[in-house]
Design a protein around this ligand. Structure first.
Ligand SMILES: O=c1ccn([C@@H]2O[C@H](COP(=O)(O)O)[C@@H](O)[C@H]2O)c(=O)[nH]1
Length: 271
């Protein structure tokens, strides 16, 4: 099924806008898993199994696996999501973008090797760097727009003919790149008013919203500015806040409790 339809179904079926981020760090694994040969898979799969019915998507960050030489673990993890929790889409957070011939290999990496349903991309190199992804109508193409980090404004807020660059990105994606209806944008929770500006330019296009929890983003403000008319439209990501909610043998149930609390607090404000 197409990413956009899978996402829409997951929003409804799980009554959730929560995207569970999968960013494993060896130093933060529960003590009883440390040193085990397959610790990263065991940890992440347990988080996935504990939170799948509360999530609209999973978002593994590729660098967290690559730095551990664990890309094969990431492949198995995504296959695990598809096998055990069909209907919960997987967003590969890779922030790719390069000339067309290389971009084609990034397409193969994301969708054939890893089996992701969507991938994050950096639009800085322009349309030809994104075109091989756009052609995959079945897959989600999620472009960085207004990122959550403090330095995001260095370039994204620069004046671009009377409007900030991030709004030019939003309009270009909505108007020119979304012919297959498979585009979404990254807008950080740390800039809710900018996120609202983006929403006014892109209609109901889904927004991937990182930056709550440790980064200090404001969930209520994100909902106020970002919800669509049917009270969805957002994939609100939490990585550390869910993954490391507990550090003992009960880490998976602690993660579930954190995901449930986030889902319920969002729902209390949007329903
Ligand atoms: O603008 C962006 C784009 C991506 N990210 C990624 O999201 C998660 C956030 O993790 P938390 O632990 O919930 O802060 C992480 O994988 C980032 O690489 C982002 O934070 N901001």
């Amino acid at each position: 099924m197409r990413f956009m339809q899978t996402l829409a179904d997951a929003w409804q079926r799980h009554d959730s806008l929560v995207c569970v981020g999968l960013d494993p760090e060896l130093g933060k694994l529960p003590a009883h898993l440390k040193g085990r040969p397959d610790a990263v898979f065991e940890f992440c799969a347990a988080i996935v199994d504990a939170t799948a019915d509360l999530a609209c998507a999973f978002k593994p960050q590729i660098a967290h696996f690559a730095a551990l030489r664990a890309e094969d673990t990431l492949e198995r993890l995504i296959a695990h999501v598809h096998a055990r929790h069909p209907g919960v889409p997987v967003i590969l957070d890779a922030k790719r973008g390069d000339i067309g011939s290389t971009a084609q290999h990034y397409v193969t990496e994301a969708f054939e090797r890893f089996g992701a349903d969507a991938v994050t991309l950096n639009p800085y190199m322009g349309r030809d760097s994104i075109a091989p992804f756009l052609e995959r109508a079945d897959k989600g193409v999620i472009l960085l727009c207004r990122t959550s980090n403090p330095g995001g404004a260095d370039f994204q807020a620069l004046d671009c003919g009377g409007e900030p660059l991030y709004l030019r990105v939003a309009e270009t994606v909505a108007r020119d790149w979304n012919g297959h209806g498979n585009c979404a944008l990254v807008c950080g929770a740390t800039w809710p008013e900018e996120l609202g500006q983006v929403r006014t330019r892109v209609g109901d296009m889904p927004l991937l919203v990182p930056g709550i929890g440790a980064q200090g983003g404001d969930v209520a403000a994100v909902l106020k500015h970002g919800l669509t008319a049917n009270h969805t439209g957002l994939m609100i990501n939490s990585s550390r806040g869910i993954l490391y909610a507990g550090s003992g043998e009960d880490f998976a149930s602690a993660a579930r409790a954190a995901a449930q609390e986030l889902r319920d607090s969002i729902n209390a404000l949007r329903h």
